[in-house]
Write a protein that binds this ligand. Structure first.
Ligand code: FES
Ligand SMILES: [Fe+2]
Length: 454
């Protein structure tokens, strides 16, 4: 594509967002738009490549694939976590697949070239048969890839000029640090193959506007004040709250962790005030306090949830552009990651993350096989979201449909996200992109349309 030649200047973006609350449909299936993302977005962003419990010991590696690129993320004895392009420098064979351990480094399965855990070439078999210029020191070493660790994960970036990870992840990194996200461990890990664009897949999870219609079981009478304050029944409110927590726990496959549900059930006898606002405040405070205390007593690293509430740092969702987010609920969380497999196909992964006393952590879950979106094993809440998505991808193709009509107040994150994508596709400098990243790497659930400053 000729457009690649102008890569770092401001480029015209096809199907760009012109009116902030309208998103053109072609962005979700046009092959040229997808190709632009592959060229100008994915190689310039920090990507969550693996969870650190996947590579607990020196020599452990995990392969991360994005589009046609494969990166090997490796824990070393003395240099922390490193990453390399997963390609032998001789004739290009991928060195590893999946996950495993190579304490002594890598041996290419084709002709046996060897590389140390620092990526340095340690052996060229029959080296005398090569001319000098094909054996230049450095040139035959594995190509390093930027890698940083944060939040219990290893992150990679294919662009050496990108700002450091932390700068790109603020302000959400500060929020999640306060919540001690790095202490979470994966209890399970599932993957889903969705017949939709990777942006569409995420957008089903970043607003609450859909909840009442798509997840009717979360419409629980008694959780909210009625028209007449005299009708408020604190007993019914408490029952409704417990019902909500159980429904979320079962429905999301543990996003509200069962230990937290049990803690809440242990508070079922408390007397709440007869006024909604005071009852809500007392219940939230009591439950936060009980959760923090119970996990601390078990020996887990856990934040003081009430302290976080006071600081505005107890947030239900933390988004990391372009394809990762965490949904913290009390002690635990769900983690999500989305990777494009084609213009209209996405690999979506969900982790259930919770806290364990040190030394009591579970086995790391295996890399999941991808289930279909309608697999009966999906818990009810993601199953409901998955059932809408293929219909939406198909519906976008309707001749009469031009663009999505976003709610400026409820779906602002979707607009902000797309305009940031456009910033990358226009080849803007990091100086311009960083302020926009800060508008997107937030709790997206209540984000209005924001000024992206470019
Ligand atoms: S391709 Fe790796 S040794 Fe030949
Ligand atoms: Fe949903």
């Amino acid at each position: 594509m000729t457009i690649v030649e102008h890569k770092w200047s401001a480029l015209p973006v096809p199907y760009a967002i012109e009116v902030p609350d309208r998103v053109r449909k072609e962005r979700y299936y046009d092959p040229d738009f997808y190709a632009l993302e592959a060229e100008l977005l994915w190689p310039r962003v920090w990507q969550m490549a693996c969870r650190l419990e996947e590579i607990p010991k020196a020599g452990d590696f995990a392969e991360y694939q994005i589009l046609d690129q494969s990166v090997v993320v490796l824990r070393t004895e003395d240099r922390g976590v490193l990453a390399f392009q997963n390609t032998c420098r001789h004739r290009g064979v991928r060195l590893v697949e999946g996950r495993g351990t190579r304490r002594g480094g890598f041996v290419c399965p084709f002709h046996g070239w060897c590389y140390g855990t620092d990526g340095r070439n340690t052996r060229v078999t029959q080296a005398g048969a090569f001319s000098e210029h094909n054996l230049q020191p450095g040139d035959v070493d594995l190509t390093p890839v930027r890698c940083e660790t944060w939040g219990g994960c290893a992150w990679i970036n294919l662009d050496d000029a990108a700002p450091p990870l932390r700068e790109c992840l603020e302000p959400v990194a500060t929020v999640l640090d306060a919540w001690k996200v790095e202490s979470l461990r994966a209890e399970w890990w599932y993957a889903c193959r969705l017949p939709v664009n990777w942006k569409l897949a995420q957008e089903a999870f970043v607003e609450q506007y859909h909840v009442l219609q798509s997840h009717p079981q979360l419409r629980i009478p008694g959780r909210y004040p009625g028209r007449d304050p005299a009708d408020f029944d604190p007993r019914a409110f408490l029952d409704a709250e417990l019902h909500y927590l159980r429904t979320m726990s079962e429905g999301m496959g543990g996003m509200v962790h069962r230990t937290d549900v049990a803690i809440a059930e242990g508070l079922a006898e408390i007397e709440l005030p007869a006024d909604y606002a005071r009852a809500r405040a007392m219940w939230d405070r009591t439950l936060n306090d009980a959760v923090s205390r119970a996990h601390a007593e078990r020996g887990c690293a856990v934040p003081d949830l009430n302290e976080l509430d006071e600081l505005g740092l107890n947030q239900p969702m933390a988004y990391g552009f372009p394809h990762f987010f965490v949904l913290p609920m009390y002690s635990s969380a769900s983690g999500y990651r989305f990777r494009p497999l084609g213009p209209e196909e996405t690999l979506m992964e969900i982790w259930s993350l919770t806290r364990f006393p040190e030394g009591d952590e579970p086995e790391t879950p295996p890399v999941p096989e991808a289930w279909e979106h309608d697999d009966p094993r999906w818990p009810p809440i993601p199953a409901q979201d998955f059932s809408n998505l293929p219909r939406q991808q198909l519906g976008l193709h309707a001749r009469s449909f031009e663009y999505m009509r976003l709610s400026e107040r409820n779906e602002g994150h979707i607009s902000n996200f797309h305009r940031l994508v456009d910033g990358f596709l226009a080849g803007l400098s990091y100086e311009k992109l960083l302020p926009a990243l800060r508008q997107v790497n937030v709790n997206p659930l209540e984000m209005p349309v924001a000024d992206m400053e470019f």
